[in-house]
Write a protein that binds this ligand. Sequence first.
Ligand code: GRF
Length: 200
Amino acid sequence: MKTFKVAVLISGNGSNLQSLIDNFKKESLIDIKCVISNKENAFGLERATEANIDNYFVDHTKFRTREEFDQELIKILEEYDPDLIVLAGFMRILSELFVEKYIGKLINIHPSLLPKYPGLETHKKVIENKDSHHGVTIHYVDKTLDGGPICAQSQMEVTTDNIKDLQNQIHQIEHEMYPLVIKQIAEGKLEFKDGEVIRT
Ligand code: GRF
């Protein structure tokens, strides 16, 4: 059977990457082919090594422009010909060049109920604004920051004013949601068509 090839882009701890590794280990359809980080000390690279997944550090500070950095990412990705590129805590804005090349094959997970709170420090904003609910959004990536058609969203009640606790609760939701959504895409139950998410 043809496997569904996934590439994961990270910048840090990689707890979402770990959940994908653990979930797809028992899954013959999905194969994580490579992991790329723009941070050398990203713990996610160690997780990839531990799981025997090819992994790369590409230092964005070595490139003059965003496009040149992205071209380097593309060069690596083309060796693996991924069916899906998964952003899992990748803290770089991707160029139009990259987004256009992989439109419909590029997804992101964001710790907020988008369109509320794109960008950083979402947990802090939820607490400061005394929001009753917080959540997680998984979306296809388009040219807007943390924008693009939504694949899935999960909402939780806010019961703490401690940022760390809230972050941990959100992480738990993420770790369950991301593998499920990727599986739906791999099985063709969820797809990107003409700028929209189609479910079958
Ligand atoms: C997650 O909260 C994700 O939603 C956001 O960055 C965080 C990455 O965490 N985009 P980790 O590196 O997967 O632990």
